[in-house]
Design a protein around this ligand. Structure first.
Ligand SMILES: *[C@@H]1O[C@H](CO)[C@@H](O)[C@H](O)[C@H]1NC(C)=O
Ligand SMILES: *[C@@H]1O[C@H](CO)[C@@H](O)[C@H](O)[C@H]1NC(C)=O
Ligand SMILES: *[C@@H]1O[C@H](CO)[C@@H](O)[C@H](O)[C@H]1NC(C)=O
Length: 418
């Protein structure tokens, strides 16, 4: 089937599912379709008075808000807005999955405005990633802790469990001490949930000072951190140009991670890669779960170098058939590799230097769709405000492709819902 035909078919499917127009899909040659896009983020405000007082107090600076981390559950798309800069009034929110609005759709803070008020440490401070388990519990990673206190965040990193079937009621808060993630300079960046042996969560700490892989045992309510040379940047992978001439010399530590599908026969594999690196690593989860091995560094022997990707990667995700989808930042592209095949069989499935600038976070729904946000993240890290004051330019896009599988959280034999 031609890619145009494939895209048309997807558009029809998505129209039925999500409603609205998708002109951009038809024009594109490859498989991802851009469904939602934003010039900047705005919210549904409690009242006009509230909006105006927030604007007057410099607490809403639209150009400073990055949109990331889309996760779909039932009729909502949940998104994150990490506080890389000042003027981000809410860090977690959602928009309706089905709506005719596709451009600059307003974000509703979740679970409430109150919970997004930074004032108290029990509220959300700066969220970058969430993951939703099979029961509808959202694991919210509130662990971006800038070392320059630009946003006045001084609270320890934490993970908040919210029940999406009860409007986000908080069911547990896990606070991480400094040994796990620095209150001043830690950056819990991404997570996967492993619902075996009483549930484990693996979290990357993209800190420049103390990078590592955090293992959290839900059963034991205990966390430990694994540190290794493989989690540091590969300097030779830096120095590339994207976004119409923007040179990236940044060196980023461990960031993207993905978990292999759930089977009864073998331990699962955790894949990870630093933000600046072509190198892909993996380790089996039985090693990660063994706190004894972690305590004396014996575990490091079990880290495997998988091979070289074509470039550096931010987010990645695996489906239940072992297909790893990952972004390639220098190529403004998405690649796919089936882990049961050699890495050299990996292929770029979509590339577009205009619409795929900084492929960030991936997720999957139950209907066989893969979601990706591309978000110009690099611009939010530099001290160049002129790059952000561009109200007419599309900065964030959520793309969708029908891949016909489920996420890594489901077993190999489970099919998507038609
Ligand atoms: C944000 O949305 C509100 C309505 O919720 C609107 O009144 C306001 O003008 C919008 N602000 C911007 C900058 O778009
Ligand atoms: C590290 O811990 C493991 C598990 O407790 C143990 O088998 C191993 O001998 C220890 N290694 C060292 C060098 O202490
Ligand atoms: C900011 O970036 C723009 C576009 O790349 C460039 O023209 C300008 O000189 C930069 N300003 C500073 C202060 O670096």
């Amino acid at each position: 089937m031609s890619s145009l035909l494939q895209c048309l078919k997807l558009v029809v499917g998505l129209l039925l599912q999500f409603g609205g127009h998708h002109d951009s899909c038809v024009a594109e040659e490859a498989a991802f379709c851009t469904i939602w896009s934003w010039n900047y983020v705005n919210y549904t405000w409690p009242s006009d008075i509230d909006y105006h007082s927030t604007v007057r107090g410099n607490r809403y600076l639209p150009q400073n808000i990055l949109l990331g981390g889309p996760r779909v559950y039932q009729d909502k798309v949940y998104v994150t807005m990490p506080k890389y800069r000042i003027g981000v009034p809410a860090s977690l929110g959602f928009f309706p999955l089905v709506s005719l609005e596709k451009t600059n759709i307003l974000i509703t803070p979740f679970p409430s405005w109150e919970m997004n008020h930074q004032g108290e440490c029990r509220n959300l401070q700066s969220v970058i990633a969430t993951e939703i388990d099979r029961q509808g519990i959202m694991w919210v990673l509130d662990g971006h802790r800038s070392s320059n206190y630009i946003n006045g965040i001084r609270c320890p990193a934490k993970m908040v469990l919210m029940d999406l079937n009860r409007r986000g009621a908080v069911i547990q808060v896990v606070t991480f001490p400094n040994e796990i993630s620095l209150k001043d300079g830690g950056f819990l960046n991404d997570l996967v949930i492993d619902e075996t042996d009483g549930t484990y969560v693996y979290i990357t700490d993209n800190s420049a000072i103390d990078p590592g892989l955090v293992v959290y045992s839900y059963n034991q309510n205990r966390a430990w951190k694994l540190r290794d040379g493989s989690m540091f940047p590969q300097v030779s992978a830096s120095g590339y140009v994207i976004d119409n001439g923007f040179r990236i010399d940044y060196l980023g530590t461990i960031d993207g991670l993905a978990l292999s599908p759930f089977t009864d026969i073998a331990p699962r594999l955790l894949f990870y890669t630093p933000l600046t690196s072509n190198q892909l690593f993996c380790v089996t989860t039985d090693i990660l779960k063994d706190q004894q091995l972690a305590s004396n560094q014996t575990w490091r022997r079990y880290v495997k170098f998988v091979g070289e990707k074509q470039g550096s990667t931010d987010g990645m995700v695996m489906d239940n058939k072992g297909n790893l989808y990952y972004g390639l930042i220098p190529q403004s592209a998405v690649a796919k590799w089936n882990i049961f095949e050699p890495l050299k069989t990996a292929e770029i499935i979509h590339r577009n230097p205009k619409t795929m600038v900084w492929p960030d976070s991936f997720s999957m729904d139950l209907q066989g769709n893969l979601f990706l946000v591309t978000d110009h993240a690099h611009r939010f890290f530099v001290n160049n405000n002129t790059l952000l004051f561009t109200p007419d330019e599309i900065k964030f896009r959520i793309h969708v492709i029908h891949v016909g599988t489920r996420s890594y959280m489901y077993s190999f034999s489970e099919n998507f819902q038609k």
